[in-house]
Design a protein around this ligand. Structure first.
Ligand SMILES: Cc1cc2nc3c(=O)[nH]c(=O)nc-3n(C[C@H](O)[C@H](O)[C@H](O)COP(=O)(O)O)c2cc1C
Length: 207
């Protein structure tokens, strides 16, 4: 069976139910499914078809645990950059940040974490990995696998690279944890088209 035939839900269902999944079961993802998700990523559009990407899936339990510790450090380093130094500094109504904070403690037990790396410097390479990540998340969704886009912090980059033998000159752009959700997929909350779209002229908003 071709990988494309294995993504059996409709594109509409995948798009409209794709949301950030941070509560993830530890159950492993079958290798064939993980490879199909990575294969979907490499189909993505990219600058000049130079395919300036590398996808490193962390499956090994000990590596995931070690990566998880670095991820947690990175998460708090990003918060420190924003003047947030502990849970008490986080707005208790900000559910996304609270969920991401909890996830920073748990990411090491997610069955697979895909590091999406840019193999070239510059905006073209950075821009190219973004469609690949969306393909990856949609393909995962079609297989019942959830995840979210996450980033690291420069303070941990060298140690993550050392842990996984990532060569000099490679940039880790995103870390995508993948696994089976404890909750449900979608729907998402987004601004209405009338706020964010216009036709022919900026002021001609869609009503
Ligand atoms: C560029 C980018 C960086 C993100 N970084 C993180 C992150 O570091 N940690 C995290 O838990 N979620 C991260 N997210 C996920 C967003 O929080 C999520 O997509 C957003 O809140 C919408 O969530 P929803 O699709 O469930 O509505 C990131 C998303 C994007 C696009």
């Amino acid at each position: 069976m071709e990988p494309s035939d294995r993504f059996a839900i409709t594109l509409g269902e995948a798009i409209y139910s794709l949301r950030a999944i941070r509560r993830i079961k530890p159950d492993p993802i079958p290798d064939d499914d993980l490879l199909d998700v990575l294969d979907a990523a490499r189909q993505a559009p990219n600058g000049g078809n130079s395919q300036p990407w590398h996808f490193l899936a962390i499956k090994d339990e000990q590596l995931r645990r070690q990566f998880g510790e670095l991820y947690r450090e990175a998460w708090w380093a990003k918060r420190a950059d924003q003047g947030i130094h502990g849970p008490d500094d986080i707005d208790p109504t900000n559910r996304t940040t609270l969920s991401a904070m909890k996830f920073a403690d748990e990411i090491g037990s997610v069955p697979a974490i895909v590091l999406v790396c840019a193999t070239e410097q510059g905006a073209g390479a950075m821009g190219s990995v973004i469609p690949a990540v969306q393909n990856m998340l949609l393909a995962a969704r079609a297989l019942g696998v959830g995840g979210t886009i996450t980033t690291l912090h420069p303070s941990v980059d060298d140690r993550v690279k050392e842990l996984l033998d990532i060569p000099e000159g490679i940039q880790i752009v995103y870390a995508i944890p993948l696994g089976y959700p404890k909750g449900n997929f979608g729907p998402v909350t987004r601004k209405p088209l009338s706020e964010i779209c216009s036709i022919d002229n900026w002021d001609n908003k869609i009503s």
